[in-house]
Design a protein around this ligand. Structure first.
Ligand code: ATR
Length: 274
């Protein structure tokens, strides 16, 4: 039996906590599109079986979350440039003939939140990225596309930052620096370390954060993160958590499935914000 209406799912394990269903259903409502969106708890040892089952049922697309974002790549027939560079897929589209197109909307979602929703122009600015894990890989190309003067990437393990800086230097001015050797202030400081989930944030050299600096933590939660506290206690300007990125990655996923950008009215409320 195949599905009659537009059905999308989110694959994850765990997946119960995901707000993607409510968010995507709100986008659909705002766009006048009929959509059912389900959570699928895929078995850790058989993601491909779960994906096969749902593509057979006729889903038109899906979001992919932890821990399947890398596994899904080899199951896609085609990958977008964003997915190839991120080495991770967070959104798939399934064509009528069953072909799977893999995309990654995390990086473009972050940059759209910073530049379009929050209105910060990054052209000619100095940007610092804290961390060099999987999340950073996905944001570097869209960030460099905004033509900042330079992107500095630092990490507890410097070699990982150096690896990413080397790989992405074809797209713009990017270099790696040791955490305790950072110099000068930055216009935008993005925290992509999981250190912000701990009680205290690792100390940054004096002067890195200034009153003009804007802070952005990729993590979001009901309370400000330790990075957000650290940033403000050390004289930084505005600081944001990652909710905007989460919403915008969803906007881009919806656009990937339906070819039109949804209005986000009513979505902040889903997350308990106004
Ligand atoms: P993700 O896919 O979310 O980026 P990840 O690949 O596990 O997750 O990366 C986590 C990042 O947080 C890494 O940059 C890690 O630094 P290392 O490469 O040195 O491991 C960083 N990180 C985690 N805990 C940290 C801490 N206590 N202090 C500083 N950096 C930390």
């Amino acid at each position: 039996m195949t599905l009659k209406k537009n059905i999308c799912v989110i694959f994850g394990n765990p997946v119960a906590q995901s707000k993607s269903p409510e968010m995507q259903m709100q986008f659909a409502k705002n766009s006048g599109i009929e959509l059912e969106y389900l959570k699928v708890l895929a078995p850790l040892d058989d993601f491909s079986g779960s994906l096969y089952e749902w593509t057979q049922k006729g889903i038109i697309g899906a979001n992919i979350t932890i821990p399947f974002k890398e596994d899904v790549m080899r199951l896609c027939d085609e990958l977008t440039e964003e997915a190839s560079l991120a080495k991770a897929v967070n959104t798939i589209r399934v064509s009528k003939d069953g072909k799977i197109f893999g995309h990654n909307t995390d990086g473009i979602g972050l940059l759209r939140d910073i530049t379009q929703v929050k209105g910060y122009d990054l052209y000619g600015k100095r940007v610092l990225i804290l961390g060099a894990g999987g999340a950073v890989r996905g944001i570097l190309k869209p960030l460099l596309d905004c033509q900042p003067t330079e992107v500095v990437i630092t990490n507890r393990t410097l070699s990982r930052a150096e690896g990413l800086a080397n790989e992405f230097s074809v797209f713009g001015a990017i270099k790696a620096m040791a955490w305790d050797e950072l110099k000068g202030s930055f216009d935008l400081i993005i925290n992509a370390t999981s250190a912000s989930l701990q009680a205290t944030f690792p100390v940054l050299p004096k002067g890195v954060i200034s009153r003009e600096s804007v802070g952005y933590d990729l993590v979001y939660g009901s309370e400000p993160t330790s990075f957000m506290h650290y940033f403000q206690e050390n004289g930084g300007g505005e600081v944001f958590d990652g909710l905007g990125m989460l919403i915008e990655q969803g906007v881009y996923a919806f656009e990937f499935w339906f070819g039109k950008k949804p209005a986000i009215d009513g979505v902040l409320e889903i997350f308990g914000r106004q």
